[in-house]
Design a protein around this ligand. Structure first.
Ligand SMILES: Nc1ncnc2c1ncn2[C@@H]1O[C@H](COP(=O)(O)OP(=O)(O)OP(=O)(O)O)[C@@H](O)[C@H]1O
Length: 318
């Protein structure tokens, strides 16, 4: 593939079919997008959407059925070696670590494979163990580690070679809230250094706060891509107003305001959605006039967008 412009990652018409005994399964269906240098792109989508398949093709672990992708201009099929040199990958899970080696030994081994000389490798490993809060346990066998700690070792491995493009599949899976917040900070530091990040995640909070843009994938197709704020504005999702100390007798007056949709109301709380700024202004005004001023306005979140755009198959599993 050629003609990728200044993008770090260019995916073009990418499809991947898996043949199975029952029926062929189209895990990716004509997916096209770019990721600019220094950008953090979140990949969102339900289980089985095609995220891991996409990650595996971009990192040369799997061949596309049709279409293709380039990383820093290198074709993922024809220039696989160059692509592997450019990418740092976190796939997670149990695979890829030697359970009877310590974290330090695992990482030193990977540093050597990445071609780092012994001194540089050792320094980098110590630095990463420190940065990821693993120093205390660095010299214990990784088979004694918790899931979140293993995930941090995977992360250290992905960061070893200071890759231009970091690709991570559910990196905070199994991490406690502190470790997950530390991970977010780490990604921000990577971005500040110019690293490009592709992040598949189920964590909407993380996607909204960390990603410059998010891509919504479902059934192997790219359903939407853009900055979280832009996607939310385009989707015309409604803001929610919650007013404490509400009195149900006020409901008819609230319902009379154009663009206000009452969701629930009783003698303690009103929850309403507003379609635009004028409706919001009118509602706030009406509430404050009658002495209600414990009011919160919540903007729409990616979670709502996700729910609106993606059919909820998990519910059908019950
Ligand atoms: N080796 C394989 N053989 C057959 N089908 C496969 C194979 N790998 C993936 N699939 C199918 O391709 C589809 C996409 O799977 P994929 O693992 O890419 O989803 P995902 O978005 O990463 O899901 P999750 O959020 O659960 O990790 C699924 O229907 C899956 O069953």
């Amino acid at each position: 593939m050629t003609g990728t412009g200044g993008s770090m990652l260019a995916v073009r018409g990418l499809s991947r079919r898996f043949e199975s005994r029952k029926a062929p399964r189209l895990a990716l269906d004509d997916v096209t997008f770019d990721v600019a240098r220094g950008e953090v792109l979140g990949l969102l989508g339900p289980n089985g959407a095609g995220k891991t398949t996409l990650v595996r093709i971009i990192t040369t672990l799997l061949l596309p059925t049709s279409g293709g992708a380039t990383v820093a201009g290198h074709d993922v099929v024809r220039d696989a070696r160059a692509v592997r040199r450019t990418v740092g990958l976190l796939l997670g899970g149990e695979r890829g670590l030697y359970s009877r080696l310590t974290a330090r030994q695992n990482l030193r081994y990977w540093a050597a494979l990445h071609g780092l000389d012994t001194r540089t490798g050792r320094r980098r490993v110590t630095e990463l163990l420190e940065e990821l809060g693993l120093s205390d346990r660095a010299d214990e066998q990784v088979r004694t580690y918790s899931r979140g700690m293993l995930q941090r070792v995977h992360l250290a491995r992905a960061l070893l070679s200071r890759a231009e493009l970091l690709i991570m599949d559910e990196p905070t899976n199994g991490m406690d809230p502190h470790a997950a917040a530390a991970f977010d900070d780490l990604v921000r530091r990577q971005r500040a250094e110019g690293t490009t990040v592709l992040l598949a995640t189920h964590d909407m909070r993380q996607a909204q706060s960390l990603c410059d843009r998010v891509a919504l994938i479902d059934g192997g197709r790219l359903r939407a891509i853009g900055a979280p704020d832009t996607l939310l504005t385009d989707a015309q999702l409604l803001r929610t107003v919650t007013a404490r100390g509400f009195r149900a007798e006020l409901t008819p007056a609230v319902r009379a305001i154009g663009g206000v949709l009452v969701q629930s109301d009783d003698d303690s709380e009103l929850v309403a959605r507003v379609t635009d700024g004028a409706a919001l202004g009118a509602l706030l005004n009406a509430l404050v006039t009658v002495g209600i001023n414990e009011i919160s306005v919540t903007p729409p979140s990616l979670t709502e967008l996700y729910r609106a755009r993606i059919s909820d198959r998990d519910f059908q599993l019950r």
